[in-house]
Ligand binder design. Structure first.
Ligand code: ZN
Length: 239
């Protein structure tokens, strides 16, 4: 096999390992981020519930003021009863008093319903706060764990980075540049094996003439479909 390609394959092996390490770090971080987001969501829930209670309290105060006004009116009508002379006037006043009382009762019923609603929300808030407290503690522990895990992963990465730098030095600058560009545009894979005429980078067929040249193994060729640098190497079958 062409020496340049052999060097590139080695470099790509190291780079893929580094990618894997980076993905490990990312997934550790993502898992933690998700939990932090869930915490914020729960905090938002509590804030929303608290807001709902405040709204209910406001509504309740309005109903209470209304009820007290209505009650004053009923009392006023009751005192008027002493002064009225005719039965017709009496009947009208009695009706007004009855309606007033009914209306006060309606307000009181609504107030009771609101208080029940408010109590249920308070219970919900207490539950949420309890859960939040537990989760916060877990997330703090998780943070420390993830920090340690990432630190350990990064240690391994450092030696891989050194290995990468050494291997990159061996490769011609022009070729290294091409490799790096291909890697960034081709999902991390710049060099691809061709098996039975098919590029393993893009799974498209290589023209037969080009494939024959590739089998000889001394020239550097690009895949016509994905432009990756291609080579031919029979896969090693595992026992
Ligand atoms: Zn290809």
């Amino acid at each position: 096999m062409n020496d340049h390609i052999a060097q590139l394959i080695l470099l790509q092996g190291i780079d893929l390992e580094i990618d894997q390490i980076d993905n490990q770090i990312k997934s550790e971080q993502n898992a933690l981020d998700e939990r932090i987001t869930a915490l914020a969501q729960r905090e938002q829930n509590i804030a929303d519930l608290t807001e709902q209670i405040a709204e209910i309290e406001k509504e309740k105060r309005v109903l209470e003021t209304e009820a007290s006004d209505k009650l004053d009116h009923v009392k006023d009508r009751q005192s008027k009863m002493m002064q009225v002379q005719t039965g017709r006037e009496q009947t009208a006043l009695l009706k007004e008093i009855e309606d007033g009382k009914k209306s006060v009762k309606e307000n009181e019923d609504k107030i009771v319903a609101l208080m029940e609603q408010s109590e249920a929300l308070s219970t919900q808030i207490d539950e949420e706060k309890n859960l939040l407290k537990g989760e916060k503690k877990l997330v703090e522990e998780e943070k420390a764990k993830v920090r340690d895990a990432i630190e350990a992963i990064n240690k391994g990465k450092k030696s891989k980075d050194n290995q990468r730098a050494n291997q990159a030095q061996v490769i011609e600058a022009r070729l290294l540049k091409k490799y790096d560009t291909l890697r960034s545009h081709r999902n991390g894979l710049a060099v691809a094996n061709v098996l039975q005429g098919v590029c393993q980078g893009c799974f498209m067929s290589i023209p037969p003439q080009k494939y024959n040249m590739l089998l000889k193994g001394d020239t550097m060729l690009d895949c016509p479909s994905c432009q990756r640098i291609v080579y031919h190497q029979e896969p090693v079958t595992a026992e």
